[in-house]
Design a binder for this molecule. Structure first.
Ligand code: 13P
Length: 341
């Protein structure tokens, strides 16, 4: 492991005013998303859609890196260039999702544990050879009656730490993603407690597994009311609670924190990130985005599998990427949504 190389990659991932796009939907997830918009889930449509994203004009002004899925990193543009190479030319760092999904945790009803450690050393070596310089592993933590449990948090944190150590050994920056799910009617305070407990466990396990914080990026969920909560906390409350949670748990040595959108609306996810940066301009780490749905929803909705709509869909992506890049420096304004429409 070369910590200064990992640190340089991690810093580039969270360069000022830039964020990541998660386009690493697994086969079952992309099938679900395509179905929502009536898009035929053929291999060619998956390829064409990912090319549409990467070929969006000016994407590299706002996006530092993109997280790919195993199928995608093996695919090529219509001109025959591997996506990872195409991205390198644009200065967009290729990343790769390496977990094998969240599965039912035996003995822990209603909780999930993420699998995928078997054979990971070999897979990381192959992905490095293909150009990947960072990876992602997502754990899910569920708020409900009696959950999250200590046993579930520890199992997920341990797996995240084992994965991170293997990534760093391979010269790949691990994105550590413990997602506290937004599903449910829980309050902001319940989400705060679950997130603090989870992040404490994650950073303790990372330290025990000898993972270098300087070569690690946290992908966090925001501290937010559950989707069914009434009332739901406002933008400033979410921003302040999330920042307070991070200050109490995340080591200052970490190069950066990015957020997932996790089922928030597109504009909501942008407004929350912006409020954090506008209200808390002096934090130990840059706060940026690594959204999938909050960047891609309008793109899929416009494209719907039609080549004639590709340029218009790319405009949608450019717009959301630009707004989120502004939010990463606290300079986004909600009225921009109307001006640019
Ligand atoms: P969402 O932004 O849609 O939550 O996806 C981010 C992600 O990569 C989840 O692992």
């Amino acid at each position: 492991m070369n910590i200064s190389e990992l640190n340089a990659i991690a810093k580039a991932m969270v360069a000022k005013g830039k964020g990541l796009i998660a386009m690493d939907e697994s086969s079952p997830t992309i099938a679900k998303r395509f179905k929502q918009y009536g898009i035929d889930n053929s291999e060619e449509n998956r390829r064409a859609y990912r090319e549409l994203i990467l070929a969006t004009p000016d994407l590299n002004k706002y996006i530092s890196g993109a997280i790919l899925y195993d199928e995608t990193i093996r695919q090529k543009t219509k001109d025959g260039v591997l996506f990872a190479q195409y991205m390198q030319k644009l200065g967009i760092i290729p990343g790769i999702k390496v977990d094998a999904g969240a599965k039912d945790h035996a003995g822990f009803p209603n909780e999930k544990v993420t699998e995928g450690l078997d054979g990971l050393r070999e897979r990381l070596k192959e992905y490095y050879g293909m150009g990947a310089r960072f990876a992602k592993w997502r754990a899910v933590i569920t708020i409900g009656p009696g959950t999250p449990s200590t046993g579930n948090i520890e199992a997920n944190a341990h797996a995240l730490a084992r994965y991170s150590a293997l990534c760093q050994e391979a010269g790949i920056v691990p994105i550590v993603e413990p997602e506290v799910l937004i599903d449910g009617a829980h309050t902001l305070e319940q989400c705060y407690d679950a997130t603090v407990t989870t992040l404490r466990a994650v950073f303790r396990q990372l330290a025990e597994q000898r993972v270098a914080y300087e070569g690690t990026i946290l992908k966090a969920s925001m501290v937010i009311s559950g989707l069914e909560a009434k009332p739901r906390a406002g933008v400033n409350e979410v921003a302040d609670a999330t920042v307070r949670c991070l200050l109490n748990t995340v080591p200052a040595a970490l190069p950066g924190v990015v957020f997932l959108s996790g089922g928030q609306g597109n504009e909501e996810a942008t407004a929350h990130l912006n409020a954090m940066n506008a209200r808390h301009p002096k934090l130990p780490w840059p706060l940026s985005f690594s959204y999938s749905r909050a960047l891609q929803q309008p793109v899929m909705d416009t494209w719907r599998g039609s080549p004639a709509k590709a340029a218009e869909a790319q405009k949608q992506l450019q717009r959301r990427a630009r707004f989120n890049a502004l939010a990463a420096t606290g300079t986004y304004q909600p009225q921009m949504e109307r001006e640019a429409a």
